[in-house]
Design a protein around this ligand. Structure first.
Ligand SMILES: O=P(O)(O)OC[C@H]1O[C@](O)(CO)[C@@H](O)[C@@H]1O
Length: 529
């Protein structure tokens, strides 16, 4: 294709969304002239399903739930007055609480004000807040946000250690929709102990965001935490950023929540339109379908040429892969659907994996995110008249061309800036695109059965550990092999797991297990120390 032809294609297909200052360029995706028409029937069905979802249909049939994240930024759209009241009440309560914290009306026991937020959560209870805090935060914010999003003891030590003395002015926000996620529970208990070690009452420095009556809700109430904020079953974890999950940390950080919600609402209005050419979410979904043949055979590389959007790919990994990575279709056929997502930021990634994108296996399509505004204020010239931002643009356009010349497809989202409105709009864009794509490939985007399997398997491992420790304590002095101990606890066919447990126990002094013998698994011996 000549430059002229590409310029024509760019102009013909450019989707312009003035209400949020966004354009979507699909010209470098090599779909054929009849593709969009050929998808008309499936696209119309996707639009119908999305309309029903927004009107309150059970769009998550496996869990018999409604899917209501769009109502969070447009409460007037919710199908019942009660839901509208719940949403606006939550929004008002969160805003009022943050005002009281910033004014020092809600204050820590041993400091004048709360200046730090420690968010304890995982998955959708952390990834959205992490993206928003990083994209929109600044050192001038009234509060700085820190995260505990894993059950890694060393990770907890690093985060709590970095807070140090400032723990006394830290408000801990524990977020868990189910209220039972073990990683979050562990982070909460370890944080609670850190407060206690400083002579601080944890409850007086903690709030919870969770489902009514959940384990976490009960714990927070029993221990007189400052506040609890609600989560509802009609909001999925990976689409909860505009519920209290995202609004509590964003308000405390002093972010433009109104702009964030308005950007999402305005994008929703645009992506509600049944006109593919004017609907960027429909175009994204259709380009994903084209690229991977409706089977996800090509990975989605998310490449924002903006540091503030670096966490976008991590956020989209959950939103896209936990929504679309499904074994069964809605009619119960095994389809093993999904689209893999990776990326970081440009131009940094040109010095990492772009080499493979240009010359290696052609198993991907790139979505560039271009931000027109370089920075607040003016830039210096770094070479001739060129600024650093000129270079960033040059590298983006150069990389896109280098890929296109080698038949590697890409799309480009262009936005004016990284404002709260823009971030809200981008999140809403992808929420809608995921929902539309799920309809195109006939799967339920709103449950996550695969995660339960992993949680159950982890439960078995910890059950084995309990039996092992009991056995080791009773057989005190005798050093035994993993095979012998597996037999002892009636888990002969799980000897490898038993060995892995023993290896970990012996590496950590917590349970007094000692290792002796050789390095090979069969040579190793374990005993209670
Ligand atoms: O908010 P919760 O219930 O702790 O769940 C955390 C995350 O775990 C999952 O349930 C499974 O990954 C996600 O969908 C969710 O965002």
């Amino acid at each position: 294709m000549t430059e002229r032809e590409l310029w024509e294609r760019y102009q013909r297909h450019l989707c312009v969304v003035p209400s949020v200052g966004l354009t979507l360029d699909i010209s470098r995706m090599n779909f054929g002239a009849d593709f969009l028409d050929g998808m008309r029937a499936r696209t119309d069905a996707a639009f119908q399903a999305m309309d029903a979802l927004e009107k309150g249909a059970i769009a998550n049939p496996d869990e018999k739930r409604r899917v209501g994240h769009y109502w969070l930024r447009a409460p007037e759209l919710s199908p019942e007055a009660g839901l509208k009241t719940d949403i606006t009440a939550m929004q008002d309560a969160v805003a009022a609480f943050a005002r009281d914290v910033h004014a020092g009306k809600v204050k820590p026991a041993k400091a004048a004000k709360f200046t730090q937020v420690l968010l304890v959560g995982i998955g959708g209870s952390a990834l959205g807040p992490q993206l928003v805090a990083d994209a929109l935060g600044s050192h001038r914010d009234p509060m700085q946000v820190h995260f505990l999003d894993n059950t890694d003891p060393d990770g907890m030590d690093r985060t709590l250690g970095a807070l140090g003395e400032r723990l006394s002015e830290t408000l801990t926000v524990v977020i868990s929709k189910s209220g039972g996620t073990k990683e979050t529970r562990n982070g909460m208990l370890e944080t609670e102990r850190a407060y206690q070690q400083r002579g601080l009452d944890f409850g007086a420095h903690a709030v919870a965001v969770t489902g009514d009556g959940s384990e976490l809700d009960q714990y927070a109430k029993k221990h007189h935490w400052l506040r609890t904020f609600p989560m509802w079953d009609w909001v999925g974890g990976r689409t909860s950023i505009m519920s209290a999950v995202g609004l509590v940390p964003a308000r405390l950080q002093g972010l433009d929540v109104e702009g964030f919600l308005a950007g999402a609402k305005d994008m929703d209005a645009v992506t509600r339109v049944h006109d593919v050419a004017k609907n960027p979410a429909a175009l994204l979904a259709l380009m994903w379908f084209h690229a991977g043949g409706g089977k996800g055979t090509k990975d989605m590389v998310i490449l924002p040429y903006k540091d503030r959007l670096m966490l976008m790919s991590k956020y989209l990994q959950q939103l896209v892969m936990e929504s679309l990575g499904k074994e069964l279709s809605l009619d119960g056929k095994v389809v093993n659907q999904g689209i893999a997502v990776y990326g970081n930021k440009g131009s940094t990634d040109q010095h990492a994996y772009v080499q493979q994108l240009r010359e290696g296996v052609n198993n991907f399509f790139v979505t560039f995110v271009e931000v027109l505004k370089d920075r607040d204020g003016k830039s210096m010239a770094v070479e001739g008249d060129n600024t650093s931002g000129d270079y960033l643009l040059g590298f983006f356009l150069g990389t896109r061309r280098a890929l296109f010349e080698k038949g590697r497809e890409s799309m480009t989202l262009t936005v004016q800036d990284v404002s709260a409105r823009t971030v809200g709009a981008l999140i809403a864009l992808y929420e809608r695109a995921v929902g539309l794509y799920a309809s195109l490939v006939n799967i339920n985007a709103y449950h996550q059965p695969g995660v339960e399997a992993g949680k159950k398997a982890a439960g078995r491992v910890l059950e084995l550990q309990g039996k092992l420790l009991t056995k080791l304590q009773s057989a005190k002095a005798e050093a035994r092999s993993a095979d012998q101990l597996a037999q002892d606890i009636g888990a002969a066919d799980e000897a490898e797991t038993v060995f892995k447990l023993l290896e970990h126990l012996a590496a950590n002094g917590d349970h007094g297990v000692k290792r002796s013998g050789g390095e090979r698994p069969a040579e190793a011996r374990f005993q209670a120390g």
